[in-house]
Design a protein around this ligand. Structure first.
Ligand code: NI
Ligand code: MN
Length: 191
């Protein structure tokens, strides 16, 4: 049983296998977030790239809850400098993955940018392909449309979470082409 809740923008909360996973927890400064950072629990935080509307409250939530943060390598090093414990950081690069007790997390490619809120280098952006005990879920996060989405969807997706906002990510028309490439059972828009 997996439950997913939209927390505004590209922020999501997943409950699966007794574990709470936050994606891109931009909450306290988000006009669309229904909760404040102080009110959420987390065992894991998946952080797609360095932009402030994704990093959001990652540092405060990670420090308060002891959640493990899964992100790209450069973002993990930046978070370590900001006081997130090194043993709570999993830094990856595109195409890589990490097995965790709740399932597998793969860092997928994204066509976007990734500077940190303070301007430092944020590595490359990504999305997340989650293989959970009962579902496979793809979070595209901030990206343009790309043809390799066909590969991401090839193993079968229960849910694809796609940006539709245009300007900083793909817009509605390209998101419909993304759905055709990914062929998920369900799709959820955001950003
Ligand atoms: Ni971004
Ligand atoms: Mn964004």
């Amino acid at each position: 049983m997996t439950k997913i809740t939209w927390l505004g923008h590209n922020a999501w909360s997943l409950q699966t296998a007794g574990t709470t996973i936050l994606v891109d927890p931009f909450l306290n400064d988000s006009p669309t977030a229904p909760v404040k950072a102080e009110a959420v629990n987390a065992d894991y935080i998946l952080l797609s790239h360095g932009h402030s509307d994704h990093v959001g409250d990652t540092i405060s939530i990670a420090r308060r809850t002891g959640a493990k943060v899964i992100c790209n390598f450069e973002v993990s090093q930046w978070l370590a400098k900001k006081g997130v414990a090194e043993d709570k950081l999993v830094g990856m690069n595109p195409g890589g993955g990490t097995a965790q007790p709740f399932g597998h997390v793969k860092f997928t490619i994204a066509h976007h940018s990734s500077s940190m809120p303070d301007g430092s280098y944020g590595g490359v952006p990504g999305g997340f392909l989650l293989t959970l005990e009962d579902h496979r879920i793809y979070f595209a996060c901030d990206t343009a449309l790309f043809l390799d989405m066909k590969l991401i969807g090839a193993a079968g997706l229960d849910l694809a979470v796609l940006p539709i906002g245009d300007l900083y990510t793909m817009g509605p028309d390209d998101s419909i082409d993304a759905v055709k490439l990914l062929n998920p059972k369900r799709v959820a828009p955001c950003h």
